[in-house]
Design a protein around this ligand. Sequence first.
Ligand code: ADP
Length: 259
Amino acid sequence: MIIQEPFYQPVANEVGVFMAAWSRRLPVMLKGPTGCGKTRFLEHMAWRLKRPLITVACHEDLTSSDLVGRFLIEGDATVWQDGPLTKAVREGAICYLDEIVEARTDTTVVIHPLTDHRRHLPIEKLGTEINAHPDFMLVISYNPGYQTVLKDLKPSTKQRFVGMNFTYPPAEVETRIVMKEAGLDESRSKALVAAADKARNLKDQGLQEVTSTRALIYAGALMVAGLESLEACTMAIINPQTDDPELSEALLEIFRTFF
Ligand code: ADP
Protein backbone atom coordinates (compact mmCIF):
# COMPACT_ATOMS: atom_id res chain seq x y z
CA MET A 1 0.00 0.00 0.00
CA ILE A 2 1.50 3.33 -1.00
CA ILE A 3 0.75 5.84 1.74
CA GLN A 4 2.56 8.96 0.56
CA GLU A 5 1.82 10.53 -2.80
CA PRO A 6 4.58 9.60 -5.26
CA PHE A 7 5.52 12.70 -7.26
CA TYR A 8 4.42 12.22 -10.85
CA GLN A 9 4.48 14.96 -13.46
CA PRO A 10 1.94 14.10 -16.16
CA VAL A 11 3.06 14.54 -19.75
CA ALA A 12 -0.25 14.06 -21.59
CA ASN A 13 -3.54 12.45 -20.64
CA GLU A 14 -1.97 9.35 -19.11
CA VAL A 15 -3.86 9.72 -15.82
CA GLY A 16 -7.20 9.97 -17.65
CA VAL A 17 -6.42 6.99 -19.87
CA PHE A 18 -5.41 4.85 -16.92
CA MET A 19 -8.51 5.86 -14.96
CA ALA A 20 -10.71 4.86 -17.91
CA ALA A 21 -8.95 1.48 -18.18
CA TRP A 22 -9.24 1.01 -14.42
CA SER A 23 -12.96 1.80 -14.45
CA ARG A 24 -13.45 -1.25 -16.67
CA ARG A 25 -10.55 -3.19 -15.11
CA LEU A 26 -8.89 -3.53 -18.52
CA PRO A 27 -5.30 -4.78 -18.46
CA VAL A 28 -2.71 -2.14 -19.34
CA MET A 29 0.68 -2.35 -21.02
CA LEU A 30 3.13 0.50 -20.31
CA LYS A 31 5.47 0.71 -23.29
CA GLY A 32 8.67 2.69 -23.37
CA PRO A 33 12.42 2.84 -22.78
CA THR A 34 13.96 2.29 -19.38
CA GLY A 35 13.96 5.11 -16.83
CA CYS A 36 11.25 7.20 -18.49
CA GLY A 37 8.70 7.10 -15.66
CA LYS A 38 6.60 3.96 -16.17
CA THR A 39 7.08 2.58 -12.67
CA ARG A 40 6.69 5.98 -11.05
CA PHE A 41 3.46 6.53 -12.98
CA LEU A 42 2.02 3.25 -11.77
CA GLU A 43 3.04 3.93 -8.16
CA HIS A 44 1.25 7.25 -8.45
CA MET A 45 -1.87 5.61 -9.87
CA ALA A 46 -1.92 2.92 -7.18
CA TRP A 47 -1.72 5.67 -4.58
CA ARG A 48 -4.56 7.60 -6.27
CA LEU A 49 -6.75 4.50 -6.47
CA LYS A 50 -5.82 3.42 -2.95
CA ARG A 51 -5.03 -0.08 -4.19
CA PRO A 52 -2.07 -2.18 -3.08
CA LEU A 53 0.62 -2.56 -5.75
CA ILE A 54 2.44 -5.86 -6.16
CA THR A 55 5.46 -5.55 -8.45
CA VAL A 56 7.32 -8.48 -9.98
CA ALA A 57 10.59 -7.76 -11.75
CA CYS A 58 10.57 -10.41 -14.47
CA HIS A 59 13.78 -12.20 -15.46
CA GLU A 60 14.71 -15.06 -17.73
CA ASP A 61 14.31 -17.74 -15.08
CA LEU A 62 10.89 -16.55 -13.95
CA THR A 63 8.31 -19.29 -14.48
CA SER A 64 4.57 -19.43 -14.06
CA SER A 65 5.11 -21.16 -10.69
CA ASP A 66 7.01 -18.12 -9.46
CA LEU A 67 3.94 -16.04 -10.28
CA VAL A 68 1.19 -18.45 -9.25
CA GLY A 69 2.67 -20.28 -6.28
CA ARG A 70 4.14 -23.58 -5.20
CA PHE A 71 4.12 -26.28 -2.55
CA LEU A 72 6.77 -25.87 0.12
CA ILE A 73 7.98 -28.49 2.55
CA GLU A 74 7.50 -27.46 6.16
CA GLY A 75 8.61 -30.18 8.54
CA ASP A 76 6.63 -33.25 7.51
CA ALA A 77 3.95 -31.33 5.71
CA THR A 78 3.70 -29.70 2.33
CA VAL A 79 2.03 -26.34 2.37
CA TRP A 80 0.83 -24.26 -0.52
CA GLN A 81 2.21 -20.77 -0.85
CA ASP A 82 0.54 -18.22 -3.12
CA GLY A 83 2.81 -16.46 -5.59
CA PRO A 84 2.57 -12.68 -6.09
CA LEU A 85 0.08 -12.90 -8.96
CA THR A 86 -2.26 -15.18 -7.02
CA LYS A 87 -2.04 -12.87 -4.02
CA ALA A 88 -2.98 -9.88 -6.17
CA VAL A 89 -5.84 -11.80 -7.82
CA ARG A 90 -7.25 -12.84 -4.44
CA GLU A 91 -6.81 -9.53 -2.64
CA GLY A 92 -7.71 -7.10 -5.41
CA ALA A 93 -4.29 -5.53 -5.86
CA ILE A 94 -2.73 -4.03 -8.95
CA CYS A 95 -0.16 -6.54 -10.19
CA TYR A 96 2.74 -5.04 -12.14
CA LEU A 97 4.81 -7.46 -14.20
CA ASP A 98 7.84 -5.36 -15.04
CA GLU A 99 9.62 -6.35 -18.30
CA ILE A 100 7.30 -9.30 -18.83
CA VAL A 101 9.05 -10.23 -22.08
CA GLU A 102 12.03 -11.44 -20.04
CA ALA A 103 9.98 -14.16 -18.35
CA ARG A 104 9.53 -17.72 -19.62
CA THR A 105 6.82 -18.08 -22.21
CA ASP A 106 4.73 -20.33 -19.93
CA THR A 107 3.89 -17.23 -17.90
CA THR A 108 1.67 -15.95 -20.71
CA VAL A 109 -0.48 -19.06 -20.35
CA VAL A 110 -1.54 -18.05 -16.85
CA ILE A 111 -1.94 -14.41 -17.80
CA HIS A 112 -4.27 -14.88 -20.76
CA PRO A 113 -7.44 -15.91 -18.85
CA LEU A 114 -6.91 -12.92 -16.56
CA THR A 115 -6.88 -10.49 -19.46
CA ASP A 116 -10.30 -11.16 -20.94
CA HIS A 117 -13.88 -11.42 -19.72
CA ARG A 118 -13.06 -14.60 -17.79
CA ARG A 119 -10.85 -12.82 -15.27
CA HIS A 120 -9.72 -15.99 -13.67
CA LEU A 121 -6.41 -17.55 -12.78
CA PRO A 122 -5.80 -21.24 -13.38
CA ILE A 123 -3.77 -22.86 -10.59
CA GLU A 124 -2.73 -26.07 -12.21
CA LYS A 125 -0.93 -27.50 -9.20
CA LEU A 126 -4.06 -27.17 -7.06
CA GLY A 127 -6.26 -28.35 -9.91
CA THR A 128 -8.39 -25.26 -9.53
CA GLU A 129 -8.93 -21.76 -10.80
CA ILE A 130 -9.80 -18.65 -8.88
CA ASN A 131 -11.93 -15.73 -9.95
CA ALA A 132 -10.23 -12.37 -9.73
CA HIS A 133 -11.28 -9.95 -6.99
CA PRO A 134 -13.33 -7.11 -8.54
CA ASP A 135 -10.48 -4.66 -7.91
CA PHE A 136 -7.72 -6.81 -9.40
CA MET A 137 -5.89 -5.16 -12.29
CA LEU A 138 -3.00 -6.44 -14.38
CA VAL A 139 -0.33 -4.07 -15.67
CA ILE A 140 2.77 -5.05 -17.64
CA SER A 141 5.71 -3.05 -18.88
CA TYR A 142 7.47 -3.58 -22.12
CA ASN A 143 10.55 -1.95 -23.62
CA PRO A 144 10.25 -2.18 -27.41
CA GLY A 145 13.95 -1.28 -27.83
CA TYR A 146 15.13 -4.48 -26.17
CA GLN A 147 13.21 -6.92 -28.26
CA THR A 148 14.84 -9.30 -30.69
CA VAL A 149 13.28 -11.73 -33.11
CA LEU A 150 13.75 -14.44 -30.51
CA LYS A 151 12.30 -12.51 -27.64
CA ASP A 152 9.17 -10.53 -28.12
CA LEU A 153 5.64 -10.63 -26.83
CA LYS A 154 3.31 -12.47 -29.13
CA PRO A 155 0.92 -10.15 -31.00
CA SER A 156 -1.94 -12.19 -29.56
CA THR A 157 -0.71 -11.34 -26.05
CA LYS A 158 -0.11 -7.66 -26.78
CA GLN A 159 -3.61 -7.30 -28.17
CA ARG A 160 -5.07 -8.21 -24.81
CA PHE A 161 -3.79 -4.99 -23.28
CA VAL A 162 -4.52 -1.29 -23.53
CA GLY A 163 -1.15 0.05 -24.74
CA MET A 164 0.15 3.30 -23.26
CA ASN A 165 3.27 4.71 -24.90
CA PHE A 166 5.81 6.41 -22.67
CA THR A 167 8.82 8.33 -23.80
CA TYR A 168 11.18 10.90 -22.31
CA PRO A 169 9.13 13.97 -21.39
CA PRO A 170 9.33 17.30 -23.25
CA ALA A 171 12.16 19.58 -22.09
CA GLU A 172 10.18 21.83 -19.73
CA VAL A 173 8.56 18.86 -18.03
CA GLU A 174 11.81 16.92 -17.76
CA THR A 175 13.51 20.01 -16.30
CA ARG A 176 10.85 20.22 -13.59
CA ILE A 177 11.28 16.53 -12.82
CA VAL A 178 15.07 16.85 -12.48
CA MET A 179 14.69 19.95 -10.28
CA LYS A 180 12.23 18.22 -7.98
CA GLU A 181 13.82 14.78 -7.81
CA ALA A 182 17.47 15.85 -7.61
CA GLY A 183 16.87 19.13 -5.77
CA LEU A 184 18.98 20.87 -8.42
CA ASP A 185 18.70 24.54 -9.45
CA GLU A 186 16.84 25.47 -12.62
CA SER A 187 19.80 26.52 -14.78
CA ARG A 188 21.78 23.31 -14.31
CA SER A 189 18.62 21.21 -14.64
CA LYS A 190 17.87 22.93 -17.95
CA ALA A 191 21.43 22.33 -19.14
CA LEU A 192 21.22 18.63 -18.24
CA VAL A 193 17.98 18.22 -20.16
CA ALA A 194 19.26 20.13 -23.19
CA ALA A 195 22.45 18.05 -23.26
CA ALA A 196 20.40 14.85 -22.97
CA ASP A 197 18.31 15.93 -25.92
CA LYS A 198 21.48 16.12 -28.04
CA ALA A 199 22.94 12.95 -26.54
CA ARG A 200 19.77 11.03 -27.39
CA ASN A 201 20.49 11.70 -31.06
CA LEU A 202 23.51 9.41 -30.74
CA LYS A 203 21.18 6.43 -30.52
CA ASP A 204 21.77 5.60 -34.17
CA GLN A 205 25.55 5.58 -33.68
CA GLY A 206 25.51 2.39 -31.69
CA LEU A 207 24.24 3.29 -28.24
CA GLN A 208 21.91 0.55 -27.04
CA GLU A 209 20.11 2.79 -24.61
CA VAL A 210 19.79 6.52 -24.63
CA THR A 211 20.20 8.83 -21.63
CA SER A 212 17.26 8.24 -19.30
CA THR A 213 15.47 10.71 -17.07
CA ARG A 214 16.73 8.59 -14.19
CA ALA A 215 20.37 9.14 -15.26
CA LEU A 216 19.78 12.90 -15.41
CA ILE A 217 18.38 12.82 -11.88
CA TYR A 218 21.45 10.90 -10.68
CA ALA A 219 23.76 13.42 -12.35
CA GLY A 220 21.81 16.24 -10.71
CA ALA A 221 22.00 14.51 -7.34
CA LEU A 222 25.80 14.18 -7.65
CA MET A 223 26.02 17.90 -8.48
CA VAL A 224 23.94 18.76 -5.43
CA ALA A 225 26.29 16.54 -3.41
CA GLY A 226 29.14 18.76 -4.55
CA LEU A 227 30.65 17.10 -7.63
CA GLU A 228 31.75 19.33 -10.45
CA SER A 229 29.15 19.26 -13.27
CA LEU A 230 31.11 17.41 -15.96
CA GLU A 231 32.38 14.86 -13.49
CA ALA A 232 28.81 14.26 -12.32
CA CYS A 233 27.63 13.77 -15.93
CA THR A 234 30.49 11.37 -16.65
CA MET A 235 29.78 9.25 -13.57
CA ALA A 236 26.00 9.20 -13.75
CA ILE A 237 25.34 9.33 -17.47
CA ILE A 238 28.29 8.50 -19.70
CA ASN A 239 30.13 5.70 -17.88
CA PRO A 240 27.03 3.55 -17.27
CA GLN A 241 25.83 4.04 -20.81
CA THR A 242 28.76 2.90 -22.92
CA ASP A 243 32.07 1.02 -22.73
CA ASP A 244 33.18 2.33 -26.11
CA PRO A 245 35.89 5.01 -25.76
CA GLU A 246 34.83 6.84 -28.94
CA LEU A 247 31.17 7.00 -27.95
CA SER A 248 32.15 8.12 -24.45
CA GLU A 249 34.22 10.91 -25.96
CA ALA A 250 31.34 11.91 -28.26
CA LEU A 251 28.97 12.05 -25.28
CA LEU A 252 31.47 14.00 -23.20
CA GLU A 253 31.84 16.47 -26.05
CA ILE A 254 28.09 17.10 -25.95
CA PHE A 255 28.01 17.62 -22.18
CA ARG A 256 31.06 19.90 -22.40
CA THR A 257 29.14 22.34 -24.57
CA PHE A 258 26.52 22.72 -21.84
CA PHE A 259 28.72 22.76 -18.74
P1 ADP B 1 10.86 3.09 -15.77
O1 ADP B 1 9.90 2.32 -14.92
O2 ADP B 1 10.25 3.63 -17.02
O3 ADP B 1 12.15 2.35 -16.04
P2 ADP B 1 10.94 4.95 -13.54
O4 ADP B 1 9.50 5.12 -13.37
O5 ADP B 1 11.68 4.16 -12.51
O6 ADP B 1 11.31 4.39 -14.99
O7 ADP B 1 11.58 6.42 -13.69
C1 ADP B 1 12.89 6.72 -13.31
C2 ADP B 1 12.91 7.95 -12.45
O8 ADP B 1 12.61 9.08 -13.26
C3 ADP B 1 11.83 7.92 -11.36
O9 ADP B 1 12.34 7.40 -10.16
C4 ADP B 1 11.50 9.39 -11.20
O10 ADP B 1 12.41 9.97 -10.31
C5 ADP B 1 11.79 10.00 -12.56
N1 ADP B 1 10.65 10.30 -13.43
C6 ADP B 1 10.53 9.98 -14.74
N2 ADP B 1 9.41 10.47 -15.28
C7 ADP B 1 8.77 11.13 -14.27
C8 ADP B 1 7.55 11.90 -14.20
N3 ADP B 1 6.77 12.07 -15.28
N4 ADP B 1 7.24 12.45 -13.01
C9 ADP B 1 8.04 12.30 -11.94
N5 ADP B 1 9.20 11.61 -11.94
C10 ADP B 1 9.58 11.04 -13.09
